[in-house]
Design a protein around this ligand. Structure first.
Ligand code: ADP
Length: 290
């Protein structure tokens, strides 16, 4: 469409040209300035990211060293208490037995805490190696059953492993998967005064498999469903006060599930119970023929 305001004389044309040249100069100067601002912002972001990376690295290294150094003294405390309780150095009075058992129980809790910290530090530093291999679900369940048998001290709680149906042979890191399930099961047993803890596996049909640990325990209020997966997070309850724990297990489980290419979910209702699930690919990338 033609404009009504066409320059008519050469002077007017000259003036219009000079004006638009001036405008484009101004625009270029403005753009250059913006560009410099963006570059400065990028540099600042880069340096902040470096600082953050360094801080995370330092934290992970500190956690790794510290937890590693703690292991030796804790293990010697545990060995000595075992010797004392086995009466290797002579008899104990009932009161002495109670006290030594208390030391043993605390040393065990401390050792578990140190193990969790070390694992978390390794995951955060990207130093956890995933070693996938072919294995059968039933073998994993029977290993877990064997592991938990000695710790099932509450006669009011039954631990049930459902027979897995239609779950194909898996190609994943079975030790990491076992670590996630062990954590879910030991939590379920801790927070279920009576009833049942049920472990099951379900093939999702889209090359994914879900393992679930359901309990009929105290349950978790909805406002905590996200936060309990964060480091050091716990829900206060009368049971919690007695059990303590580290608040690291679920955070570690979530990170391990992500390393296996999967995720964790929680369904829970206070007073009714909880179901913690982990869904992972049946076969991790690069699976050779079984
Ligand atoms: P820890 O068990 O060492 O405290 P976790 O990270 O494994 O640490 O669990 C965090 C918290 O989540 C627990 O302290 C508890 O408050 C809550 N929780 C976990 N599992 C259950 C469960 N099955 N039933 C009720 N509460 C649970």
């Amino acid at each position: 469409m033609a404009s009504d305001k066409q320059p008519v004389t050469p002077e007017e044309l000259q003036a219009a040209l000079a004006h638009s040249r001036h405008e484009s100069e101004e625009l270029r100067a403005e753009l250059e300035e913006t560009n410099r601002g963006v570059l400065a912002l990028y540099a600042e972001l880069d340096s902040q990211a470096d600082q953050l990376r360094e801080a995370t690295e330092l934290k992970s290294r500190f956690l790794a060293y510290m937890s590693h150094e703690f292991r030796t003294p804790i293990n010697s405390i545990r060995s000595i208490t075992r010797l004392l309780l086995d009466r290797v150095d002579g008899p104990l009075t009932p009161e002495q037995e109670k006290q030594v058992s208390f030391i043993q129980q605390n040393a065990t809790e401390f050792a578990e805490m140190v193990d969790d910290l070390l694992d978390l530090a390794k995951v955060e530093a990207g130093r956890v190696e995933i070693s996938p291999a072919w294995f059968e679900m039933v073998d994993l369940f029977s290993a877990l059953r064997g592991m938990f048998k000695p710790v099932l001290t509450n006669p009011d709680v039954h631990l049930v492993f459902e027979e897995p149906h239609d779950v194909p042979t898996l190609y994943t890191d079975d030790r990491k998967l076992s670590q996630i399930l062990r954590n879910f099961i030991s939590n379920a047993l801790k927070f279920t005064p009576r009833g049942e803890v049920r472990v099951a596996a379900r093939f999702e049909g889209d090359e994914r498999v879900t393992f679930s640990v359901s309990d009929s325990g105290i349950g978790i209020a909805p406002e905590f469903h996200q936060s309990i997966f964060e480091d050091f997070s716990q829900v206060q309850s009368p049971l919690q006060k007695r059990l303590r724990g580290t608040g690291l297990g679920l955070s570690l489980s979530r990170k391990l599930a992500q390393l296996l290419g999967g995720s964790v979910t929680l369904h829970s209702e206070p007073g009714k119970g909880s179901t913690f699930s982990v869904t992972i690919p049946v076969r991790m990338e690069g699976a050779p023929p079984p």
